[in-house]
Write a protein that binds this ligand. Structure first.
Ligand SMILES: *[C@@H]1O[C@H](CO)[C@@H](O)[C@H](O)[C@H]1NC(C)=O
Ligand SMILES: *[C@@H]1O[C@H](CO)[C@@H](O)[C@H](O)[C@H]1NC(C)=O
Ligand SMILES: *[C@@H]1O[C@H](CO)[C@@H](O)[C@H](O)[C@H]1NC(C)=O
Ligand SMILES: *[C@@H]1O[C@H](CO)[C@@H](O)[C@H](O)[C@H]1NC(C)=O
Ligand SMILES: *[C@@H]1O[C@H](CO)[C@@H](O)[C@H](O)[C@H]1NC(C)=O
Ligand SMILES: *[C@@H]1O[C@H](CO)[C@@H](O)[C@H](O)[C@H]1NC(C)=O
Ligand SMILES: *[C@@H]1O[C@H](CO)[C@@H](O)[C@H](O)[C@H]1NC(C)=O
Length: 564
């Protein structure tokens, strides 16, 4: 009994599920689990989606086995020092069965969903007797149920895995359908193994969109077989490319985790890397030293805006790439951020920075792109500037990705468009690392202390405080389909990506899954979230993801000792 008393004081206030479920109750009974447990999947489907559903759920079951047998941790951080918090290893009661019940067949296209395709809800119950049942209306819901289930377990120092939370009853569903990370692989190149590790961590926190920002001004790592010189000359170095096989490998891996991968080739700005293979298509390439007049960061360069050669190039590019996108995604991102009007003074097909000249050309450029994107059955995504700054007339199918402010979300929905949130003041993971530009000795003093444009760093608490619906009137909130946090990589590469992303991106994931407000409509409490986030971080570490520590063990060892 003494032991149970200590357990109650030391245990986290709620079981450490991240993101927090909609409805949740748990007890304090101990159940063990081993890899002999039988999992039974009742799939009602015999139709066209059946094999894909089977495959998704079977993969999730295998991953659950692996998590439970190899990727748990001993939760000493959550118990007073030198107390024996672990359950007795005598008379173990084991989980006896896990039944996965899918209420209805998966709909066509469930594995490349839009914001309404999939019912992601699930119910999970763990009885004290050891019977586990997960129910969902889709295979994706079952995957989430298994992810939550695995977060109930801990490693025992004597070996084995247990939960001390039975009985458990959970009902859960996401607040937002689109929960993503925008990953820039052009400022720095990331090997496929890094991308898979990111996807693996994303799945643990129920993020479901991988926005693959695959080219930019600095490098073109994406191999395009019809235009081999693009990566042949535009990658940073031999081999720092994604071959068609690599892309497929990433897409397949994402899909196997119920994550939808979608690509962005940003344009017409952010395209300087095309110059290395096609100098005639790019204006204002690497203008120096006054680059800041013509772009936001070096090297400058923009696709010419009134050029039949550019149109031909894009047609060929899209015809090569889009058939490989559409198999896995509903979306294709055509870019459109930070287009610098001055660059068109140097564009021999335009020679003007006058909006009255540029705007109709931009309209034509985007119309051409979107027509071709739709031809492949894809929904175009654009950065907010195309709608809010360039005043383009966009099809009502277009999904608008906002980033500059809360007002941008509201302005987008006001115009009747679906919006993604991700205000850079909250959800840019690159901020706060300091300037990567080098300042000349004579001007350096003027830039002291060399903070970057979006400094300070967006810590997890700030990210957690962000409400995607902030400022959006109630009758337009349904148009906010979700959001993304953004990993721009001017100063992050393979060596530091894990800690740059995690666990901060998980704070955004909880906002997107559970909503920014608690069940009383109040801002979610950092004090309640923090032990769960520390637990989630331990789970990432146990999977080999080098996530940062939210705070020291002292804070979680005896309740919540670090509250203010
Ligand atoms: C599902 O897989 C089975 C066995 O591999 C195959 O025979 C069947 O044609 C597949 N069904 C569909 C709809 O793809
Ligand atoms: C979303 O997907 C569903 C099912 O795949 C489809 O019926 C619906 O028309 C799609 N909605 C949009 C806006 O494309
Ligand atoms: C499944 O669909 C039904 C009917 O729409 C709904 O009541 C239920 O909440 C959904 N989710 C689960 C996990 O059953
Ligand atoms: C257009 O370019 C001219 C010449 O460089 C410059 O003086 C002017 O400020 C620019 N206009 C706009 C709207 O940026
Ligand atoms: C878009 O409209 C705003 C407000 O009317 C105007 O200030 C801006 O110059 C327009 N942009 C372009 C590119 O025409
Ligand atoms: C809730 O959070 C928002 C956004 O961070 C903040 O503006 C607001 O003041 C908070 N409300 C309360 C009651 O603390
Ligand atoms: C643990 O926390 C309780 C309640 O705040 C406090 O009374 C107790 O002294 C703490 N124990 C230690 C060892 O810090």
């Amino acid at each position: 009994m003494r032991l149970i008393g200590l357990l109650c004081i030391g245990a986290p206030l709620v079981a450490a599920i991240w993101p927090i479920p909609t409805k949740y109750t748990s007890g304090t009974d101990v159940l063990w689990i081993d890899s002999n447990v039988k999992v039974d999947y009742e799939n009602p489907d015999t139709g066209s989606t059946s094999n894909a559903s089977q495959q998704l759920v079977q993969t999730a079951i295998q991953r659950t086995y692996k998590t439970i047998s190899d990727q748990l941790f001993v939760p000493w951080r959550f118990h007073p020092r030198f107390t024996s918090f672990e359950p007795s290893t005598d008379n173990k009661i084991f989980i006896s069965s896990i039944v996965l019940k899918q209420n209805s067949p998966d709909v066509e296209g469930f594995n490349k969903p839009n914001d309404t395709t999939v019912d992601e809800s699930y119910q999970l119950s763990v009885a004290t007797s050891g019977e586990v049942k997960i129910t969902a209306n889709s295979s994706v819901g079952l995957v989430y149920g298994l992810t939550t289930f695995s977060q109930l377990f801990f490693k025992h120092t004597a070996g084995g895995s247990y939960t001390n939370l039975a009985p458990v009853e959970i009902q859960d569903a996401p607040k937002f359908a689109h929960r993503g990370i925008n990953m820039d692989v052009a400022r720095s190149y990331f090997p496929v193994s890094d991308i898979k590790r990111i996807l693996d961590a994303m799945a643990q926190t129920k993020l479901n969109r991988f926005h693959f920002h695959v080219t930019d001004a600095q490098s073109w790592p994406l191999e395009i077989p019809a235009l081999p010189e693009l990566s042949g000359k535009g990658a940073y170095y031999t081999g720092l490319v994604y071959t068609p096989e690599d892309l497929k490998d990433i897409q397949d891996y994402a899909r196997s985790l119920a994550i939808e991968p979608y690509l962005e080739i940003d344009m017409p700005g952010h395209t300087s890397s095309i110059w290395f293979s096609n100098p005639d298509l790019v204006a204002a390439f690497n203008t120096q030293p006054d680059w800041s007049t013509y772009c936001a960061e070096p090297p400058c360069g923009t696709l010419k805006l009134n050029s039949p050669a550019v149109d031909d190039f894009l047609e060929k590019l899209f015809d090569d790439l889009l058939p490989r996108v559409t198999e896995y995604s509903s979306y294709y991102h055509t870019g459109g951020d930070e287009v610098n009007k001055q660059a068109y003074l140097l564009d021999d097909t335009v020679k003007s920075n006058d909006s009255a000249v540029l705007q109709p050309l931009m309209q034509k450029f985007v119309d051409r792109n979107h027509d071709q994107v739709r031809k492949y059955g894809l929904t175009p995504v654009v950065w907010e500037e195309m709608l809010l700054e360039w005043n383009l007339t966009l099809g009502k199918d277009v999904l608008v990705q906002t980033w500059q402010s809360d007002a941008a979300v509201a302005q987008t929905t006001e115009k009747g468009y679906k919006a993604l949130a991700g205000n850079y003041n909250y959800w840019y993971l690159d901020c706060g690392l300091g300037q990567w530009l080098d300042f000349r000795p004579e001007s350096a003093a003027g830039f002291y202390p060399f903070a970057d444009y979006c400094s300070p760093r967006k810590n997890w608490k700030l990210m957690y405080s962000y409400d995607p619906l902030s400022g959006v009137p109630a009758d337009q909130q349904h148009l906010v389909v979700g959001g993304e946090c953004h990993m721009w990589t001017e100063q992050t590469d393979s060596a530091t990506i894990d800690r740059q992303l995690w666990p901060r991106a998980a704070a955004a994931a909880e906002v997107l899954w559970s909503g920014a407000k608690d069940e009383q409509g109040k801002n979610r409490s950092q004090i309640l979230a923090s032990p769960r986030l520390v637990d989630f971080r331990e789970r990432l570490i146990a999977r080999g993801i080098q996530a940062e520590l939210p705070h020291m063990a002292f804070c979680t060892q005896n309740g919540t000792q670090c509250a203010l």
